[in-house]
Ligand binder design. Structure first.
Ligand SMILES: Cc1cc2nc3c(=O)[nH]c(=O)nc-3n(C[C@H](O)[C@H](O)[C@H](O)COP(=O)(O)O)c2cc1C
Length: 226
């Protein structure tokens, strides 16, 4: 069912890592992509491209990725998502997110095998019926990545307005070279991330996980007010 209250949608959205198998129509996805493209961008460059996969096309890609993981093929990312090394305060947030998910799934911190298995779900687009691959011209600067982020946020909100759910998959970029080759993306593009799209499975424990946010005074400062 379509949702329209923007504040409610933004506050209720969260990453979903377990989906029902039901398909998503092409016309719905086209509407969502048009919302993504309506985002503002510096000089209206509109950076980023979305390759939308379902059925066999999605399976062919996930087969390749899962095989690469099982073969322990080293990942080759086409760009760096996170700072390396992560400063301690960011590392703490990253760890809290990972452990929050493992807690929801009842996976013990030391159970490396189960954690690895769960990580594989990234490369299955968490079982979603639709997987998107986001790519961008590799010559783009940091500002253009900001623009792409705005388009992705519009996309994620658009997905919610259609009663669908999503999860960004930065992990897809760990095998950016494989994705690039398989989808025959242009040479001057890089794979930025994946996005799983579908109807949330309410019974999947991965979906019980809710991430916290910083308090207002930790990330903002007001000057000139009373
Ligand atoms: C671009 C992008 C990439 C992401 N990559 C992954 C990923 O590879 N694996 C994963 O489980 N979650 C991924 N996420 C989800 C984040 O972990 C999630 O957005 C964050 O923890 C905040 O939680 P929330 O989305 O439920 O509010 C990604 C999110 C975004 C926006």
């Amino acid at each position: 069912m379509a949702k329209t209250n923007l504040q409610e949608i933004v506050l209720a959205r969260r990453s979903i890592r377990g989906f029902l198998p039901g398909p998503v129509s092409r016309s719905t996805l086209e509407r969502i992509l048009q919302l993504a493209r309506s985002a503002p961008s510096g000089a209206n460059l509109q950076p980023g491209r979305f390759t939308v996969l379902t059925s066999d096309a999605l399976e062919n890609l996930t087969d390749i990725l899962i095989q690469a993981i099982r073969d322990e093929r080293p990942g080759v990312s086409e760009y760096s998502y996170f700072p390396n090394p992560l400063p301690e305060y960011l590392l703490a947030r990253k760890r809290a997110t990972g452990f929050g998910l493992y807690d929801a799934l009842n996976i013990a911190k030391r159970d490396i095998k189960a954690r690895k298995k769960q990580f594989e779900h990234n490369y299955l687009f968490f079982g979603a019926p639709v997987g998107m691959v986001v790519s961008v011209d590799k010559r783009m600067g940091k500002g253009c990545f900001m623009d792409l982020g705005m388009a992705i946020q519009n996309l994620l909100i658009g997905i919610e307005t259609e009663g669908l759910s999503s999860c960004g998959i930065g992990a897809l970029a760990n095998y950016g070279d494989l994705v690039h080759e398989h989808l025959t993306l242009p040479d001057d593009e890089i794979v930025v991330c994946g996005i799983a799209v579908g109807y949330a499975d309410p019974n999947n424990p991965a979906n019980n996980f809710k991430t916290p946010r910083l308090n207002l005074d930790e990330y903002s400062k007001f000057l000139g007010f009373d």
